[in-house]
Design a protein around this ligand. Structure first.
Ligand code: PGA
Length: 250
């Protein structure tokens, strides 16, 4: 059984005071919820604060939004996997489409970052997804399979809980548009088949596949009712305790 994972991607939002209030409100609202995991992925400057706030809470994990693959050294502006572990991170988002589009992230850099995360026991949340152009040209499958192969082939994992995949159609991110649950589920089937080809069927069955792109309290249940969808990566709707708590409590 794959435990549902609801992951909050705060992106470049939140000052300390607002973040504290958001997490305190969220913790009150999800108190007693069982059978699902929550990840909070704030910007780097908030990691240590959030770690303190969620300390001792089962099933609530701290995640970062990126890392650099070297452990330490003269890499001004970068943050490494050991540093993320040091501050209590358990997960890290890798290859978000915003990083691929705006910060020159390539499949090779994603590969390096995933390898670094795995070797430090951080669970990468690898993001894949097609652009509107690719979608309209019927190339969704081709795109996401190519991304999975390039980013994952050759990675060393022993079990499926060492990896999470987020399928995020780029045209659905922050736009209010979503893929239909049926379509998203079909894409998840392809992703899982590809994972089986890369890592074997047993591991592929254990990897959690998240949907992302304009997930809201109103549409989360539709996605979670799909057999192959194991959770969501949530941007905008994770910035309010009320809406993210509703998503967690779908
Ligand atoms: P969104 O972002 O929920 O605001 O569409 C999702 C994401 O980019 O991870």
């Amino acid at each position: 059984m794959r435990t549902p994972l609801l992951a909050a991607n705060w992106k470049m939002n939140m000052a300390r005071q607002d973040a504290h209030k958001l997490v305190e409100d969220l913790l009150a609202k999800v108190n007693g919820v069982s059978g699902r995991d929550i990840a909070i992925c704030p910007p780097f400057h908030l990691l240590a604060d959030i770690e303190k706030l969620i300390e001792g809470r089962d099933s609530i994990y701290l995640g970062a939004q990126d890392l650099y693959w070297k452990d330490s050294g003269a890499y001004t502006g970068e943050v490494s996997a050991p540093m993320l572990c040091d501050v209590g991170c358990k997960m890290v988002i890798i290859g978000h489409s915003e990083r691929r589009a705006m910060f020159a992230e390539t499949d090779q850099t994603c590969f390096n970052k995933i390898a670094a995360a795995i070797s430090h026991k951080l669970v990468p949340i690898l993001c894949v997804g097609e652009s509107l152009e690719e979608r309209e040209a019927g190339k969704t499958e081709e795109k996401v399979v190519a991304q999975l192969r390039a980013d994952l082939q050759g990675q060393k994992i022993e079990s499926g809980d060492q990896l999470v995949i987020a399928y995020e159609p780029i045209w659905a991110i922050g736009t209010g548009k979503t893929d239909s649950p049926e379509n998203a589920n079909k894409t998840m089937i392809i992703l899982r088949q590809t994972l089986a080809e890369i890592f074997g069927a047993e591991i592929a069955q254990q990897v959690r596949l998240l949907y992302g792109g304009s997930v809201k309290p109103e549409n989360i249940a539709g996605f979670m009712n799909c057999e192959e969808i194991d959770g969501a990566l949530v941007g905008g709707a994770s910035l309010k305790a009320d809406s993210f708590a509703k998503i967690v409590n779908y």
